[in-house]
Design a binder for this molecule. Structure first.
Ligand code: TYM
Length: 337
């Protein structure tokens, strides 16, 4: 694995992972993993930046790790681990907090959106979320970070933090932290809600009908697609800004069927919604069934999952602690005796 560029990414164990998480992130990880040395993290410290249930956090964390395996993350190329198992994430966050200007964080779109939803009770953790995310990436000196489009601004902030840190604490031309690059797919980087094609599909949307979860049953999938928003026009098309639902559902069909954009455009140009919806339903069910079967098998073998996460922690920690030691030395800390 040595000599390969490093990839880092993660998913939060909050709510059910959905088609946006899969098509915007996890599926791309699977596709590129053989070219890189990969670290895929279950970011459970991020999960408590909004109110959470202690009684389900551990189970949800395991479930995301099992989803990674079920979607095809291959342990011969990739390391899977849990963020809170590697204390260096929290420690680097503190160090980077002290060099990050407050107004950089106040400018983050996701913070503003989530803070608006929470009203008076905005926790400091929500504001600090992007610094923790930067720490995740920087501890592994990651070259590439495959994410959905909504994370682009957080990646830009991460790069700003790198430049600021290196400028303040590293010798010229000997950077301590590496500048990571986002990897954002052309298609699927922004999967939209089923109930409103202008809004992102999101775990926090109060309506279950707005998203297809990776673990939804065939009946649930059929029901959600049956009820999803459409328009009164016959014939489906991509890229018409007046028809966001048509573009979104065709994109889902394209990505999950493995057909090209041209094939899908030709196939569906004269179709009515009544003909397209069953076709999409069938395609989604066929794509998700093998993932669900593998997920069940992994979840039924807790010992295996624990061994994956224990190995992951060890591999992650070895690298993370090295970076943390370099950062602390550069900032002038004495090393522990
Ligand atoms: P999370 O759990 O909210 O999302 C996980 C991944 O799914 C992508 N995503 C989408 N992609 C396309 N369409 C959508 N509707 C959609 N919704 C979500 C997200 O872009 C993300 O790639 N902050 C991260 C977690 C994180 C992280 C990191 C990622 C923490 N530390 C370090 C990369 C590197 C997040 O959004 O999680």
């Amino acid at each position: 694995m040595s000599g390969r560029q490093r990839v880092f990414s993660g998913v939060q164990p909050t709510g059910n992972p959905h088609l946006g998480n899969y098509l915007g992130a996890i599926r791309n990880w699977v596709e590129i993993q053989s070219q890189f040395d990969n670290f895929f993290c279950v970011v459970d410290l991020h999960a408590i930046t909004v109110s959470h249930k202690p009684e389900t956090l551990a189970k949800d964390t395991y479930a995301i790790a099992a989803i990674y395996l079920a979607c095809g993350i291959d342990l011969s190329h990739s390391t899977i681990f849990v963020q809170s198992h590697v204390p260096a994430h929290s420690e680097l966050t503190w160090l980077l907090n002290c060099i990050t200007p407050l107004n950089w964080l106040e400018d983050m779109i996701q913070f503003k959106e989530k803070a608006l939803k929470q009203g008076e009770n905005v926790g400091v953790g929500l504001l600090d979320y992007p610094v923790l995310m930067a720490s995740d990436i920087l501890l592994y000196q990651a070259d590439k970070v495959p994410v959905g489009e909504d994370q682009k601004q957080h990646l830009e902030l991460t790069r700003d933090i790198v430049n600021r840190f290196n400028h303040q604490f590293a010798k010229p031309n000997q950077p301590i932290l590496k500048l990571p690059e986002p990897l954002i797919g052309k298609e699927g980087a922004r999967v939209m809600s089923l109930t409103d094609g202008t809004k992102k599909m999101s775990k926090s949307d109060p309506s279950e009908l707005s998203r297809i979860n990776l673990l939804d049953s065939p009946d649930e999938i059929a029901k959600k697609i049956k009820r999803c928003k459409t328009d009164p026009i016959r014939g489906l098309e991509f890229d018409n800004p007046e028809r966001p639902e048509s573009n979104n559902l065709l994109t889902l069909y394209m990505l999950l069927s493995g057909k090209t954009k041209e094939e899908v455009a030709n196939e569906c140009q004269d179709m009515g919604w009544g003909q397209f919806k069953p076709l999409l339903t069938q395609t989604v069910i066929e794509a998700l069934t093998p993932i669900q079967e593998k997920y069940q098998a992994v979840m039924n073998d807790k010992g295996y999952l624990e061994s994956v996460l224990r190995d992951g922690k060890q591999k992650a920690e070895a690298i993370a602690n090295q970076t943390l030691a370099q950062v602390k030395a550069a900032m002038g800390y004495s090393m522990p005796l």
